[in-house]
Design a protein around this ligand. Structure first.
Ligand code: KMH
Ligand code: ZN
Length: 275
């Protein structure tokens, strides 16, 4: 059954430098303004990475808590913290992200080459993240950078049970150099593999860089949901830098409406995800 479209905005990420991408929201004020405007345009979930006073990625506990509280105060968005952080972040700090008690947190389902770096996600670490989220009532978004990560998810749920609330939601992060390509064929293959997961499993997809549009169109036509934002895309079209996250959310909303799958409200999104 096709539903409306859950739109997640991933406004900041850990990879782009503010000096190179001046429109990137890095302060709390910039993040809150972005969050409010993206909610008004159709986003219902926000995937959050935060920065320090020098605009460098950080997992500082105080800042994370303050960010979660401020987002809840200013918006009705479902707040999803990144447990992925930056490729240099230690596992202990990534686990401690859960102490900030977000509604959701990402949980990447395996190691992947990440450009010239390696995004390390050991099995025991994944199990730790999953079981701590189960205990604390935080909904994981299982991030899938490669098709084998879906086999790992199957194994995780088989051995350690469903997330708190029982709903399984995955996000295909496509087009990372070293991960699965951002193509329709790959998205269809990934979607087919979801058949092995519990009935009712939902998915979003995001295409990094120039794969953003093909992935968005493929996701909409296969019943998937969308993640967009400057974490994944800093070029709007050839030779045109992204002006703001709002520009990307507006484009996603437009595509979703054309597909006759309009954006879910935050209330509808909470119902879909069981939050
Ligand atoms: N920054 C990447 C290394 C996540 O948020 O969980 C990892 C990432 C995934 O962005
Ligand atoms: Zn992220």
């Amino acid at each position: 059954m096709t539903t409306g479209t859950l739109i997640t905005v991933a406004p900041t990420g850990a990879e782009s430098a503010k000096a190179e991408v001046p429109a990137l929201p890095v302060t709390l004020d910039e993040l809150l303004l972005t969050a409010k405007e993206c909610e008004a345009l159709g986003a219902s979930v926000i995937h959050v990475h935060i920065r320090d006073d020098q605009a460098r990625p950080t997992l500082d506990q105080g800042r994370l808590r303050e960010t979660v509280a401020a987002l809840r105060d200013a918006t009705d968005l479902i707040v999803q913290l990144s447990s992925g952080g930056a490729v240099t972040d230690p596992e202990a700090d990534r686990l401690a992200v859960l102490d900030a008690a977000p509604d959701m947190a990402s949980c990447t389902m395996g190691t992947v080459n990440f450009g010239d770096d390696v995004f390390l996600n050991r099995w025991e670490f994944i199990v730790d993240l999953h079981t701590r989220m189960q205990e604390r009532g935080i909904l994981p978004e299982y991030e899938i950078f490669d098709l084998g990560h879906l086999s790992a998810l199957y194994r995780l749920l088989d051995r350690h049970g469903l997330p708190h609330g029982g709903h399984v939601h995955v996000d295909f992060v496509m087009g990372v150099p070293g991960g699965m390509p951002g193509t329709t064929a790959t998205l269809v293959a990934a979607q087919q593999m979801l058949r092995d997961l519990p009935a009712g499993t939902t998915f979003s997809a995001t295409g990094v860089g120039r794969s953003t549009i093909p992935v968005m169109l493929a996701a909409l036509s296969t019943g998937g949901h969308l993640r967009v934002g400057m974490e994944d895309t800093v070029t709007y079209a050839k030779g045109r830098p992204v002006e703001s996250n709002m520009q990307l959310v507006a484009r996603a909303t437009g595509f979703a409406q054309l597909a006759q799958r309009p954006p879910l409200t935050t209330t509808e999104a909470r119902r879909l995800l069981g939050r």
